[in-house]
Design a protein around this ligand. Structure first.
Ligand code: GLC
Length: 736
């Protein structure tokens, strides 16, 4: 552990040097010599000419290890105080080896493997000289119009807590300097709850919802000692997170007891002016600093404004010192004062390439979800397969937040299928979109539409139909273009694109079995095409090796065990829809009872197409009658609930056994059901096991209107099942 005295260091810094520690800039500021920097990026960012670039505290998104070393060396050579730079980057769900996207990883319900995956990511990044990753993203999402569903763990509070802990422990390990990196949870807070389902949109909700639904995943990350927190772009009940004193001082620092570094999201401080809560950047700097923001990511606001705020006595220097000390403490914890190059010169290789691939495959074998199988799957080795679709021969199906991924390392579905089957022929069959202009352009002028050429749709279709005619079975690899999910990718109608649907309609006329493999960063509305498929596998964005698992699921080498981490609606009009919905005073009697004056739609069922926790297997499992060690109990003698689970099929399989509760009567109306625990079990054919869950006080507690956690006596329904829509196996227990 470093013995550096950071208070001593602070006392030797000038005000300009203190402010510099709170500024994060991209690497381009250190590429050339000072003169071009000042006229180039400095001018672009609007930095005062007086700003000393060699006072800067941290660097954003430099991912080339050679450049990281060069910048650190150059900085230390030119800096008066010689405080090393922090390097921070978006290494969200993969570095060189890209894992399945987070919402897919959540479908595994295998939090040990998720943690292992994060360890692999951290180790790859550590050895390239990285210090901090802007991950895990812990925004709970119940609105699939919002594109960043892709980076989330989905809709459930319990899954969020487990995922948060797994990712932080995986990234940071027991010793952050032994092949690990610091985690930065984001986006604090409630970023995924935009009232209009649009990215960067306003968030407005009760304190009860905020504490009950939004906060738990962030809280779990902080309890797992997450080193940094990133503010979110959105307002919460009218106040932008990046200038929100209640959120950052009271909730984050006092209630959650977080003492680490709070960094803003990209240019978010400046957006306080756009939000209309700051008159100018001088005012924005004051709001952010007073709300407890330590580092300003990628604007000139802190750099240009803090000095005059202090000199005008508009803020006290103690606020600056407090922020600088947190940054210095982080640098100390990362051992930078002793070794500014960490893994770059002292690599710690924990995983061989084979081990990394094995871990990635273990995870990806559980992330794709089998949604439909009329018996066509698994396919036979000698069946002639026509692989059709724009995703069939696509490498680098990583999703938007994996720009460090090694595309050449990735395996496309065609290559993977050829390992499993004797005859696989391919035709692209369709464009994903016929017009990419809506993908938009980025601030630095890049036009995403230029990345994707549009080909002749008729020719693509004709070639595919010819190929399909000569085959026994069609595997259709369709879905979203990778830029249709992620940041800035909100949609009002998240279905399969029209050209891909046209291809399906035409192929269906050939009367061949069709297995859909769908690649997307969010649940898509599949109601209008579901009936065209004989088998349907949801592959999300599978990462570097995920298609090997997908091919082995189609061949039966792997028995699928993924369960949906998010509800699949029948129509976008049901959104926001999730399994743990609140009760109504007029619940529907049943989907087929058209009693008008109940909480229902005239034009759609309340039920989704596929519910949370749903996923098919090639075997069947029987969950026996639930047992409880006691029906009535006090808060210090909570029961164990259990059930015998049997593999009643003919092949080995894994099942995700789920424990739900329903608080029958409470001071506020509680959800119809809530997931409180899961266990993954492996069973050979005809093998059975007893699955036990020890209930905890937390399982039976909830937050009241003021956000206080309460445990009330009363009756609870408790169910052990394997999908949220079937709680028939239940018992009633009573807390006295
Ligand atoms: C982006 C994202 C955030 C990311 C940051 C740095 O706008 O909102 O998730 O970590 O900027 O790239």
């Amino acid at each position: 552990m470093s013995t550096i005295d950071i208070k001593e260091i602070l006392s030797q810094l000038t005000l300009d040097e203190k402010i510099g520690q709170l500024v994060q800039l991209p690497g381009e500021f250190f590429k050339d010599d000072a003169s071009t920097t000042i006229t180039g990026p400095s001018a672009k960012l609007g930095l005062n000419k007086s700003y000393e670039v060699y006072n800067t505290g941290s660097i954003l998104n430099v991912v080339n290890p050679v450049l990281i070393k060069e910048i650190q060396e150059k900085y230390l050579a030119n800096s008066r105080h010689k405080i090393p730079l922090l390097f921070m980057a978006d290494i969200i769900y993969g570095y060189k080896t890209i894992l399945p996207i987070p919402i897919a990883q959540a479908c595994s319900f295998d939090f040990e493997m998720i943690k292992k995956g994060a360890e692999v990511i951290a180790n790859e990044a550590y050895n390239d000289g990285h210090h901090i990753t802007f991950s895990p993203m812990l925004d709970i999402v119940r609105d699939l119009r919002w594109g960043r569903v892709m980076e989330s763990f989905g809709e459930d509070v319990y899954v969020g807590k487990q995922y948060a802990q797994a990712m932080v422990e995986g990234f940071q390990g027991n010793d952050i300097n032994e092949g690990h990196i610091a985690a930065c949870l984001k986006h604090f807070a409630a970023y995924g709850a935009a009232v209009d389902g649009r990215d960067y949109g306003a968030v407005d909700m009760s304190l009860q919802q905020f504490y009950e639904v939004q906060l738990p995943a962030y809280k779990a990350a902080i309890e797992a000692k997450c080193k940094l927190v990133m503010t979110s772009f959105n307002t919460i009940n009218g106040v932008p997170a990046t200038g929100n004193k209640w959120l950052n001082r009271k909730v984050l620092r006092e209630e959650l007891n977080f003492n680490g570094v709070l960094i803003t999201d990209y240019a978010a401080i400046k957006e306080l002016v756009d939000h209309g809560v700051a008159e100018d950047t001088y005012h924005a700097a004051k709001l952010a600093l007073e709300s407890g923001v330590d580092i300003d990511m990628k604007t000139a606001v802190y750099a240009n404004e803090i000095k005059s705020l202090v000199e005008n006595k508009a803020v006290d220097i103690s606020l600056v010192d407090e922020a600088v000390l947190r940054v210095l403490e982080l640098k100390k914890e990362l051992g930078l004062f002793e070794n500014p190059y960490r893994g770059l010169i002292n690599p710690v290789v924990k995983f061989s390439e084979d081990m990394k691939k094995e871990i990635a495959l273990n995870l990806s074998s559980k992330t794709s979800v089998l949604l439909k199988n009329n018996g066509i799957l698994p396919l036979k080795k000698n069946q002639k397969i026509a692989l059709i679709g724009p995703h069939g021969k696509q490498k680098g199906q990583f999703g938007m937040w994996a720009f460090t991924g090694d595309r050449e390392l990735s395996v496309d579905l065609k290559t993977a299928l050829e390992e499993e089957f004797d005859s696989v022929s391919y035709a692209e069959g369709s464009n994903i979109l016929l017009d990419y202009s809506r993908l938009g352009f980025s601030a630095n002028g890049g036009n995403f539409m230029d990345m994707f050429p549009v080909k002749n749709q008729q020719e693509l279709e004709a070639e595919a139909i010819d190929l399909a005619k000569q085959s026994d079975v069609i595997v259709l690899a369709v879905g979203e273009n990778m830029m249709e999910s992620g940041e800035g990718a909100s949609k009002t109608n998240p279905t399969l694109s029209e050209p891909q649907k046209q291809l399906i309609y035409k192929l269906k006329k050939l009367n061949k079995p069709i297995i859909g493999v769908i690649y997307a960063g969010r649940p898509l509305i599949l109601s209008d095409i579901e009936s065209y498929f004989d088998g349907l596998l949801y592959a999300w964005y599978p990462g570097t090796y995920g298609n090997i698992s997908n091919a082995q699921i189609l061949s039966g080498k792997i028995n699928p065990s993924g369960k949906l981490s998010m509800t699949f609606p029948k129509s976008v009009g049901q959104v926001p829809i999730h399994y743990s919905t609140y009760r109504s005073g007029r619940p529907i009697l049943a989907e087929d009872v058209a009693y008008r004056f109940t909480s229902r739609y005239l034009d759609e069922t309340n039920a989704p197409l596929y519910p949370f926790g749903f996923g098919l297997s090639y075997t069947t499992f029987d969950i026996g009658e639930i047992k409880t060690t006691r029906k009535e109990f006090g808060s210090s003698s909570l029961p164990i609930v259990s059930a015998v689970v049997k593999n009643t099929g003919t092949t080995f399989g894994e099942e995700v056994v789920q424990l739900y509760i329903k608080d029958l009567v409470a001071s506020i109306s509680r959800p119809v059901i809530e997931l409180k625990a899961t266990k993954r079990i492996k069973l050979q054919p005809q093998e059975e096991t007893v699955v036990e869950f020890q209930l905890t006080q937390e399982d039976l507690s909830y937050h009241d209107q003021l956000g206080n956690l309460v445990l009330e006596s009363g009756e609870f329904l408790v169910s052990i099942t394997n999908v949220s829509s079937n709680i028939s196996n239940h018992d009633i227990i009573k807390l006295v």
